[in-house]
Ligand binder design. Structure first.
Ligand SMILES: *[C@@H]1O[C@H](CO)[C@@H](O)[C@H](O)[C@H]1NC(C)=O
Length: 355
């Protein structure tokens, strides 16, 4: 299926730093000279092509990535933002969103709930990052919210700059490709990608600002703003909890498939028909307790007593380690302008899952 996969953030950052260093060292001109020489320009273009090539994109996606350095930058940002948000949302779970190479690849091959979350958070991340990149002026092909209504025109005039969701939706739809027909897995991935985009759209808020004599609000201008990405992550995590298992039915007339509840009733599962806002999955997840191709397991995982040790240690119990930590405490702000703290020594228990 045509998808943008979350990649290891660290690897990408290291790759990028490596590239920059290389670029700086090979440039013939010292950095103090401002106008770019054609060689440097060429090197900059090559650097952004390299970013695109490293992302393991499909042909068309790579073309879209290469057409503007802003796209490459936004893709990188979207990937790291989605990966970090996933790890944050799953920090107390057995699966903590470990996305190292082989685990990621194995997960993305299957249709687990976790896979559904990964697809949704990735496309949400890209939609979010692209809309922000437009309003921040980092893109060649889009600017602020281009809604045709007057209110926004005025907002633009007043310096209010809306996040350009219209452009980013168009871009992400094109990036993800056409709706697949036959393959159930591809259709499920596509569906979950759309769920991610919908959550972004539903979270748009209108921000207004008053103008006029001493803020009398005789003139009011409004523009649209996206929810913070943490909020998006939280909502997608809730959708993950309530995601629906689906099978496939084929419409005999058109040959087109539909996503439907599985034929046989599964105990504990409703025969609910998934809505376009539900995350859907095909395969039941592994327990993520033991090391497998999907995760390193939970042995040695730090857990929180009375919170998640029982659940994430999978009945194996946990080790308790006592240690002494010294931390700044009872801090006070002093005039002017520093913070004074005492050092407190505390005994602290650290819990980790047994092997
Ligand atoms: C997830 O848990 C494993 C241990 O099971 C640990 O090595 C890894 O650092 C954790 N990852 C994150 C992102 O917290």
């Amino acid at each position: 299926g045509g998808t943008n996969h979350p990649l290891s953030l660290l690897k990408l950052v290291l790759a990028l730093l490596g590239m920059l260093k290389c670029f700086l060292l090979t440039g013939n001109e010292p950095l103090t000279i401002l106008p770019l020489t054609s060689e440097m320009e060429e090197a900059a273009i090559k650097a952004h092509y390299k970013v695109c090539d490293r992302l393991k994109l499909e042909k068309k996606q790579r073309r879209m990535c290469r057409r503007d350095p802003g796209v490459a930058e936004t893709l990188m940002e979207a990937i790291s933002m989605s990966a970090l948000e996933c790890q944050y949302q799953f920090r107390f779970e057995r699966w903590n969103c470990t996305l190292e190479g082989r685990y990621r690849a194995s997960l993305l091959k299957r249709g687990f709930k976790e896979t559904a979350f990964l697809f949704a958070i990735s496309s949400a991340g890209l939609t979010h990052a692209m809309a922000k990149a437009c309003s921040a002026g980092r893109m060649e092909r889009c600017t602020c919210d281009e809604a045709p209504d007057l209110e926004n025109r005025e907002a633009w005039q007043w310096g209010g700059c809306g996040d350009n969701l219209k452009y980013s939706n168009k871009f992400v739809k094109e990036f993800l490709g056409r709706k697949p027909n036959k393959d159930l897995r591809a259709r499920v991935d596509f569906h979950n990608n759309l769920v991610g985009m919908k959550v972004i759209k539903a979270g748009v808020e209108t921000t207004c600002k008053c103008h006029g004599v001493s803020g009398s609000c005789t003139v009011r201008t409004c523009w649209r703003q996206l929810s913070p990405f943490h909020e998006i992550g939280k909502q997608l995590k809730q959708k993950y909890e309530t995601s629906l298992k689906v099978g496939s039915t084929t419409n005999e007339a058109t040959g087109e498939g539909d996503i439907s509840p599985p034929k046989k009733s599964i105990p504990g599962h409703s025969d609910q028909i998934p809505r376009t806002t539900d995350l859907v999955y095909i395969d039941d997840s592994p327990s993520f307790c033991m090391m497998s191709r999907y995760s390193p397991g939970t042995s040695g995982r730090k857990c929180y007593k009375d919170k998640n040790c029982d659940s994430i240690c999978c009945g194996r119990g946990h080790n308790t380690q006592s240690r002494v930590v010294t931390r700044p405490c009872q801090c006070q702000v002093r005039w002017c302008c520093y913070v004074e703290c005492k050092q407190c020594t505390q005994r602290e228990e650290v819990y980790t899952c047994k092997d």
